[in-house]
Design a protein around this ligand. Structure first.
Ligand code: DAK
Length: 260
């Protein structure tokens, strides 16, 4: 697979997707959004991929937002198309039946912060900076930031970031729960790969169902979400992975999961 604005590699079931527009701090233009959509659709259908790491090229940015140069002159119809592409990408990542780890290696602003918010786990380098500066440009977040940010860090903190447009550093992002871990920049990808390797060694069906239970459940009331969890728990007992996982425990050996 070759893309103009992305780099892609996959080893041992771990796919790494790198947004590759470092001269524009990896800003998301429409072409990049379309490529990301296309690549994540391929990843969804590729059984050799167990988990995805999403990062940005260069040392400065994860993604510095939607491409302001491109957005500046778009009309309403193109703006709507742009927003739909962004929402489609967010939904694709959130409902991908495989985990996605954001390795945030620098600026994650606007649409870049929103992209990280769609991922399941966020690891950040000490050099990472987060913010939703759209109000500085006279717009609001267009890729779900007003919704996912308060769900992750709470309404008050989200309001502050969304209304002031302030940037916060990685340690503050960690303190408020926006990122799971902060690492020295040179260790970020290794740490993401280590975590990905650990997750990839677990029962793939179970990991996928955890993602589904979490994502669907958070959008639902507790009783309905618990009923959904019970359905998914039952489903596990129709899988070879459950049989292998429990047998391996009883035989005191590591499980060999097939993802079935
Ligand atoms: N778009 C396009 N180019 C960008 C960019 C961006 N978001 N961010 C940086 N660049 C470009 C700069 O223009 C510069 O290009 P050249 O001048 O070299 O050609 C290059 O990257 C390096 O940037 P700087 O020279 O500015 O680097 P500094 O270290 O001085 O500053 C910075 C880094 C990240 C603080 C600064 O670049 C900056 O403030 N960037 C803009 C960050 C930002 O405001 N991001 C949010 C964008 S708005 C919607 C859909 C989506 C959205 C909204 C609505 N709908 C359709 C409804 C989302 C909106 C956003 O994401």
């Amino acid at each position: 697979m070759t893309f103009e604005n992305l780099l892609y590699e996959c080893h041992d079931g771990i796919a790494t997707v790198t947004v590759n527009r470092p001269k524009a701090l990896n800003a998301l233009n429409q072409a990049t959004l379309k490529e990301l959509l296309c690549l994540f659709a391929e990843i969804r259908d590729d059984d050799s991929v167990k988990i995805v790491i999403l990062t940005g090229a260069g040392e400065k940015a994860f993604v510095a937002g939607a491409d302001i140069a491109e957005m500046q002159s778009i009309d309403a119809a193109t703006g709507r198309q742009f927003a739909l592409l962004g929402h489609q990408l967010a939904a694709t990542i959130e409902t991908l039946p495989k985990p996605v780890i954001a390795a945030v290696n620098g600026f994650a602003l606007g649409g870049g912060c929103e992209l990280a918010l769609c991922c399941d786990i966020r690891l950040a380098s000490e050099t990472a900076r987060f913010g939703q500066p759209e109000v500085n440009l006279g717009v609001i977040p267009g890729f779900g930031g007003t919704q996912r940010l308060p769900r992750l860090i709470g309404k008050g903190r989200a309001c502050e970031l969304l209304m002031t447009g302030d940037m916060i550093d990685a340690s503050e992002a960690h303190r408020i729960g926006l990122v799971n871990k902060v690492l020295p920049a040179e260790d970020l990808l290794a740490a993401a790969t280590k975590m990905a390797t650990k997750i990839a060694s677990k029962g793939p069906v179970a990991v996928s169902l955890v993602k589904s239970a979490l994502h669907d459940g958070l959008e639902s009331d507790l009783a309905r979400a618990c009923a959904h969890e019970a359905d998914l728990f039952g489903l596990c007992f129709a899988t070879a992975d459950q049989k292998e996982g429990m047998l391996a425990f009883l035989e005191k050996r590591p499980a060999k999961f097939e993802g079935k």
